[in-house]
Design a protein around this ligand. Sequence first.
Ligand SMILES: Cc1cc2nc3c(=O)[nH]c(=O)nc-3n(C[C@H](O)[C@H](O)[C@H](O)COP(=O)(O)OP(=O)(O)OC[C@H]3O[C@@H](n4cnc5c(N)ncnc54)[C@H](O)[C@@H]3O)c2cc1C
Length: 508
Amino acid sequence: MPQLNYDVVIVGGGHNGLVAATYLAKAGKSVIILEANAEVGGATTSVRAFPEYDARLSRYAYLVSLLPDQIVSELGIEFETLSRTVSSYTPYSRGGKDLGLFIARQWDQETEDSFLQIDPSGAEWQAWQDFYNEIALFAQKIAPTMLKPLQTRSELKAMINMPDVWEYLMERPIGEEIEKRFKDDIVRGVILTDALVGTFASAFDFQANICFLYHLIGNGTGEWKVPRGGMGALVSELERVAVAAGVTIKVNSRVNTVTASATMATVELADGTEINSKYLLSNAAPQTLAKLRGEQAPKSLDGAQTKINILLKALPKLKSGIDPRLAFAGTFHANESFSIFESTFLEAKAGKLAQKLPIEMYCHTLTDPSILSPDLQAAGYQTLTLFGFHTPAALFEADNEGTKALALKAALASLNELLVEPIETVMAAVEVKSPLDIEGDVGLPRGNIFHKDLSFPFREDDDLPGWGVETDDPRIFICGAGAIRGGGVSGIPGHNAAMAVLAAMEIE
Ligand SMILES: Cc1cc2nc3c(=O)[nH]c(=O)nc-3n(C[C@H](O)[C@H](O)[C@H](O)COP(=O)(O)OP(=O)(O)OC[C@H]3O[C@@H](n4cnc5c(N)ncnc54)[C@H](O)[C@@H]3O)c2cc1C
């Protein structure tokens, strides 16, 4: 260890830690990142998951929406995200026919016809357009606030000035609004998906509202884009600019304890080394930070997703007859009607894994084949990124490997009933990550993909001003997903923690 005193120590080298470090180093501060794992990146990483195949898959996080363009340009990272022409495809069967709800990113005739098949009156597509137009306007207003000090609930509400939308997004369960405006169970389910990604909740829990909001406001458009080169491309760039700015990065350096006095913070590493700093940022989850400080961990929901990464020899054919290159280009929903989401949630809460999981998936390589070697590309290989819902950590406790096998079976059962031939006939390799694996691999407590329950992006009117990154100790800040406005691949809490520290240093 070359030096034992820094302006700022950052515990954890996830993407947010790298963002915070670079902002601070560019402002002339000495910064060290201490990362427990052998590589930085945390949940944003690409790996060669199957050694026999030269394919680098985004092992955990896979799509980008919340990363503000401002952070990309201020840090000077060369990182590109690609739009998908298809928004989603949801196969279903009705009246003995195999059909599908196809939604292009830009509304088109095919999308309209597809809605008319579900509801010939046209009311459902009109409701869809009205709903998402309202939300788009709301998103444009809220997105620029994410990189500024927190507004109060009243300030933000007044600034947005869309009281009806505020009411259904922030004050009433989102499930009520979806039920009120939409009639069809499948349409309702497609909308509800965004409220349940990584969130073990009913459509009528407020946690679903918050998850829904974060899925629709990224960069003011809510568009989820494909990271060119996979999620690891973001980390490589963040690491490059951090090192260029003078950040010291130490991997294989697990922090065991964190203490703070009136003048400094101290960390002790697993090997006994002590490092002092004026300020400490935790990229580790708030629950982890509490443990490192010898305090009670804050409560949070368990992670509830099973992430399944698949390498295919070819795309499977669908019973509905749609070209698979369209079906899998956007988000593919299976077994995700509103009522199935609710019943699966209740079953899982009662300790039972569903026989058929609600799943969503997409094919990264249809938009960006660069994650495959030229040989695999030439041979027609593709990847499928599958996210299984409502499989909470508790279900895996007694037998992680056995339950993973059941979860895989339940996820593929949902998919296979929509395919001409079972997916297994074209599957080259597969890996399954349970919430417990995600905790073991990258330290997300109980596999919660947002570290801790997401919070609305404001402070209550009587809360102290701040950036949403403060703790009860003025030397310690949260710079990871567990901060207010953290969660997801965004860099937002990294940026905000750096700003909070720079402001604190100025008044010292
Ligand atoms: C399966 C899955 C799919 C997801 N999909 C998406 C998606 O498509 N899009 C999206 O926007 N978000 C997605 N997310 C969420 C997103 O990945 C996370 O919210 C985000 O990456 C968190 O970033 P972070 O930098 O705050 O923390 P992390 O990535 O969790 O990094 C924290 C780092 O701290 C380190 N650490 C922890 N404790 C210590 C310690 N004691 N000492 C030293 N180091 C320590 C960890 O090893 C880790 O590297 C997904 C997450 C998962 C798990």
